[in-house]
Design a protein around this ligand. Structure first.
Ligand SMILES: [Zn+2]
Length: 320
């Protein structure tokens, strides 16, 4: 517990940088979800713009490219002539090791779909998953301001998730650091833009043994774990399921329906996901962004210092 508290105290941001994190987060989200990027469809020229943007952010933060000054891990997709690319930046460990922590957030979306009678044809993918990529970039920035960790940190914006998790599948076959030495994959798919929350879900809850650790860390920061198993099935739709199927611990963490202070907020409108209405909304409340980032960060810090005592306990749950 003391160790966990120490980790949590380390990750509290100074007030001045809090506002900056949220500003940056908004900027990334608004660009990635803009009509100009036309929904970041796999195979489109606009998804290249998104990839260039993310790589530019990684470069300006000072992340290490994976090869030859490049942040792109290119790979083919069945039935498509253009290559897709995961965008990967690294913060190497303080001393040489093969162990890594991998952050993932898919940056592709549904693109443009002409549907008869439908005026808006751009599936902007703001919640799914421009905000996740924005969080990925800002978590990387926070880590880069600290001294190097005991493990390598991999920040990966995955491509072609919506069309079959092609990017994460390619990474699993071609990891930067050996697959079996990945401590845990922290996936971000959706993020809190609904005000300051005090509850959260971890997915998956079944078939893994790291949920207790996450609960302890989160509780020390004032979060309540809501654990209806009804969301556990959501795990199958995330990039994480491919890591889990290989025995690599992996999770996605969403905030829940309780505003800070215990008031219940209207549930998140998932009806807009995968529609042209998944746009940046003027009713979004960005106040909870930094807390959600801090929670991911604290969990990462914990597993950086405790790499060996977590595992997947039931592989059969994650078979495709
Ligand atoms: Zn998604």
């Amino acid at each position: 517990m003391n160790q966990i508290l120490a980790v949590v105290l380390m990750c509290v941001l100074p007030l001045s940088s809090r506002a900056q994190v949220v500003d940056n987060f908004k900027t990334h989200t608004e660009y990635l979800a803009s009509d100009e990027l036309r929904g970041r469809g796999t195979g489109s020229k606009e998804i290249r713009l998104a990839a260039e943007y993310i790589a530019g952010q990684f470069k300006s933060i000072g992340l290490k490219p994976i090869a030859d000054q490049s942040y792109f891990q290119q790979f083919p997709i069945p039935g498509q002539s253009e290559m897709e690319a995961n965008v990967i930046g690294i913060i190497p460990a303080a001393s040489a090791t093969n162990r890594s922590l991998v952050f993932t957030a898919h940056y592709d979306g549904y693109g443009v779909r002409e549907i008869e009678g439908q005026e808006d044809i751009i599936y902007n993918g703001a919640r799914d998953n421009a905000i996740g990529v924005a969080a990925l970039i800002e978590i990387a920035r926070i880590f880069k301001t600290e001294k190097a960790a005991a493990q390598n940190l991999v920040f990966m914006a995955t491509a072609a998730e919506e069309s079959g998790k092609h990017g994460s599948r390619y990474y699993i076959e071609h990891p930067v650091y050996p697959l079996q030495e990945i401590t845990i994959c922290l996936n971000i798919d959706g993020f809190n833009v609904s005000g300051s929350r005090e509850d959260y879900y971890v997915m998956p809850r079944q078939g893994v043994d790291f949920v207790d650790e996450i609960e302890t860390i989160a509780a020390s920061m004032g979060w309540f774990h809501v654990s209806p198993d009804k969301v556990d099935h959501m795990n199958r739709s995330f990039d994480t399921v491919l890591f889990l199927a290989k025995g690599i611990p992996a999770f996605t963490l969403w905030t829940g329906d309780r505003l800070k202070g215990g008031k219940t907020a209207p549930p998140i409108d998932f009806g807009r996901i995968h529609t042209p209405d998944d746009e940046v909304n003027k009713n979004w409340n960005w106040e909870g962004v930094e807390d959600h980032i801090a929670l991911y960060k604290a969990i990462a810090d914990y597993f950086l210092n405790h790499p060996d005592n977590i595992s997947v306990t039931d592989l059969t749950l994650f078979k495709e």
